[in-house]
Design a protein around this ligand. Structure first.
Ligand SMILES: NC(=O)c1ccc[n+]([C@@H]2O[C@H](COP(=O)([O-])OP(=O)(O)OC[C@H]3O[C@@H](n4cnc5c(N)ncnc54)[C@H](OP(=O)(O)O)[C@@H]3O)[C@@H](O)[C@H]2O)c1
Length: 363
């Protein structure tokens, strides 16, 4: 199976894709054309990446579609999927994430989670939110909510937010949240020290503690995850391997780092492709205006550079915006699979972040 980069007539890509879908349905060409991928960058709005099993047969059908431009002009790039993805990733704004992916964001009403969901939506990807509070999520993601709430498949899946109500502490509530998802980004958490977020219905027996959420809860989510998941991203914390030294011994007074480390270990032994992110003390946000447009305007202007390390050796502050950036960007790079990344902000921030270079530095 090869990937081919084709060009459509100017501003006709959407029509071309619809027409192609029609051809595929009518002539049962599912085995010939696999999903088309469109670069998100406006600069490449007339290009489409197609996975094709047999080019001569595919040509016959492509020629019938008026909106498809002669491939002689821009040509097809015939190459292996790895190479093409690397090329398009770097040069044309294609992403390894495709529009048939469905990404579950757990904790999407939280500081990091809301930015993660906003970034995915900005890339026109299908997002599902696991939340305990539907009305808050509806308010936050406003008109991006998928009105049907029931999922449609592949290319028919609507881009937008599918809200599923669930609670990490109750495994039964997670089954529908994880059904058919291709990626999970888990940004859930509670406070490290006792607070009303621990849910003190019974003063002596709080219900939403680090042990319950960051420990058992994340474990429940891992257990509910489909085995063919492409990636499980888990937002952990710096200090998990330094729990006995200051200041992490204080941070861990109520067991938050113990719980995070337990979940890291369960994820590592789950067999799922994972990326663990260990930020320092979080800054920026949570944004209190629950409005997607406000979230997308949350910029890193004037912020420090992104520093990535391994082995839980970094100390410092981390912008929630960059935690969200790394949660999403890492999905585009295989080198981040089965890695635990420390993440802080330090030094001068370049105008544009070269994620591949950053991720390569630690691999
Ligand atoms: N704060 C720091 O300095 C720091 C440092 C390192 C790492 N971290 C980690 O970074 C991540 C993001 O932090 P943040 O401050 O942005 O998060 P946050 O604002 O506290 O958001 C936490 C999210 O978790 C959800 N949640 C809590 N209990 C849940 C449960 N039982 N079931 C399902 N969802 C539940 C919350 O939903 P509800 O709205 O329903 O409560 C909320 O969406 C967390 O994992 C945190 O532990 C934080």
């Amino acid at each position: 199976m090869n990937w081919y980069l084709g060009s459509c007539r100017p501003n006709k890509r959407d029509l071309f894709l619809k027409q192609l879908e029609f051809e595929i349905d009518k002539n049962q060409l599912g085995g010939l054309f696999l999903e088309p991928i469109s670069p998100r960058d406006a600069m490449y709005k007339d290009l489409v990446l197609l996975q094709i099993s047999d080019l001569p047969s595919a040509r016959i059908h492509l020629k019938k579609i008026e909106q498809f431009h002669s491939y002689r002009t821009k040509g097809f790039i015939r190459t292996s999927s790895q190479t093409i993805f690397r090329q398009v990733n770097l040069r044309t704004g294609f992403y390894m994430l495709t529009q048939s992916d469905l990404i579950l964001v757990a904790g999407a009403t939280g500081g990091v989670g809301q930015l993660v969901a906003a970034k995915l939506l900005e890339k026109n990807l299908s997002v599902r939110i696991l939340t305990r509070n539907r009305s808050q999520a509806e308010q936050m993601f406003d008109n991006q909510v998928d009105p049907s709430t029931s999922l449609r498949v592949n290319t028919e899946r609507s881009r937008g937010v599918d809200i599923v109500v669930g609670d990490l502490r109750y495994p039964d509530t997670l089954t529908s949240a994880t059904k058919d998802v291709t990626h999970i980004i888990c940004c859930t958490g509670t406070t490290a020290f006792p607070s009303r977020r621990w849910d003190f219905t019974n003063f002596f027996n709080p219900k939403n503690t680090p042990q319950a959420v960051d420990g058992e809860g994340v474990k429940n989510l891992i257990l509910a995850t489909p085995s063919n998941l492409k990636r499980f991203v888990f937002v952990s914390s710096c200090g998990v391997l330094r729990k006995d030294s200051f200041p992490f011994n204080l941070l861990n007074a109520f067991g938050v780092l113990d719980a995070k480390l337990d979940s890291e270990n369960i994820l590592k032994s789950s067999g799922l492709p994972y990326t663990i992110i260990r930020p320092g003390r979080l800054i920026d946000g949570p944004y209190t205006s629950y409005d997607l447009n406000t979230l997308l305007r949350a910029k890193t202007d004037g912020k420090k550079a992104v520093v990535i390390g391994t082995g839980d050796t970094l100390n410092g502050e981390t912008s929630r915006i960059d935690v969200a950036n790394v949660c999403v960007e890492c999905l585009n790079y295989d080198i981040t699979i089965n890695q635990a990344l420390d993440l802080i902000n330090s030094g001068t921030r370049p105008e544009l972040i070269d994620w591949q270079k950053l991720f390569q530095e630690f691999s």
